[in-house]
Design a protein around this ligand. Structure first.
Ligand code: NAD
Length: 311
């Protein structure tokens, strides 16, 4: 399997182009908007050069990698001969339903079609697709060329070999797949993020600490460990005898906290305004592009560090 088709070349689709091309795949990019698909090569060049500077091209050379990315003039051209399709069209249900109706004519029985959707279950847009057993969610964290995790989420009708095949392809291109056994709102990553964000807003709303303090609690505290180990590994090392002792000692405290946090609150406009006002002191709105570049440079440095320390 050497060719993949990318359908939708916005923020996420463009980033996918490098992920697949870097791993040696021929990449055929289709976007309904001509300017979007034609912008991919220039974006890919910048990203590939940056990845090369950080030693993150997995041994691939920049120019041959870029040469593997081709722009397709139609959906048919993009999918022709491709064994894997990564769909990254806008997060609008009616749009995905219409797109999958179009894709249906082109999905061959051996193809796998992964959707980048952040929150729509595949069952919501593949119900009437003839080859729906070949479709599932392959949800990246943006930008996938710098963040390896992907969530593999099958619809009830996704074939088991498609789940396995999508996981294999993701591993082959250097991503780190986790598999969900079934569809669930928010998948795993956003459910975890939701728990943390809910508490972050609550702490500021209740005047317990500032927004900057919440950010510091994660960036300089919890995040230092979470960068390379998850919460279970973390607590396993935080008690002399490991996770069972930790849960026995601290389980009741966490259960009590969870009860305090059980009542969800909306993020009201006044609260959001307060947090934004505080944020803007250090993060002015007119410096977003600069801050994004800083974030991506940081992520690349961390990615290189992590690679060097892989077990
Ligand atoms: N941006 C993120 O942080 C992020 C992260 C993870 C997953 N996602 C998911 O990835 C998908 C794409 O998000 P994005 O942020 O890249 O959106 P985007 O708006 O930047 O890009 C979507 C692209 O799809 C194109 N498009 C629209 N209709 C099309 C069609 N019928 N066929 C082909 N192309 C079409 C648009 O022209 C646009 O270029 C969404 O499902 C989103 O939920 C986004």
């Amino acid at each position: 399997m050497r060719k993949v088709a990318l359908v939708g070349a916005g923020v996420v689709g463009s980033s996918w182009s490098i992920v697949f091309a870097r791993a040696g795949y021929q990449v055929s990019v289709y976007d309904a908007k001509q300017s979007a698909r034609e912008g991919v090569p220039a974006f890919a060049r910048l990203v590939a050069q940056d990845l090369a500077a950080h030693g993150l091209m997995e041994g691939a050379e920049v120019e041959p990698t870029l040469a593997r990315i081709k722009i397709a003039g139609s959906l048919e051209d993009a999918l022709s001969g491709a064994a894997y399709v990564q769909e990254s069209a806008p997060e609008r249900l009616e749009l995905k339903v219409a797109l999958y109706a179009e894709l249906d004519r082109l999905i061959r029985p051996e193809m796998i079609v992964g959707s980048s959707t952040s929150g729509l279950p595949a069952s919501s847009f593949t119900r009437d697709v003839k080859n729906r057993a070949r479709c599932l969610v392959v949800h990246p964290i943006n930008p996938p060329h710098l963040i390896p995790l992907v969530e593999i989420v099958p619809a009830p009708w996704t074939a088991p070999e498609v789940v396995e095949g999508a996981s294999e392809i993701m591993r082959a291109v250097g991503q780190s797949p986790i598999r969900l056994t079934r569809e669930i709102n928010g998948f795993v990553v956003n459910r975890l993020q939701s728990a943390l964000l809910g508490e972050a807003f609550r702490l500021v709303e209740d005047g317990v600490c500032s927004a900057a303090d919440v950010d510091a609690a994660v960036a300089d505290g919890l995040g230092m460990r979470w960068f390379f180990m998850g919460p279970f590994q973390t607590i396993d090392l935080n008690a002399a005898q490991g996770i069972a002792e930790y849960c026995q000692t601290l389980g009741p405290m966490y259960y009590g906290l969870a009860k305090e946090q059980a009542d969800p609150r909306p993020w009201g406009p006044q609260l959001v305004e307060t947090i934004e006002r505080e944020l803007r002191v250090k993060a002015p709105a007119n410096r977003r592009a600069e801050r994004r570049a800083w974030r991506d440079g940081y992520l690349a440095d961390l990615g290189a560090f992590k690679r060097a320390h892989k077990e």
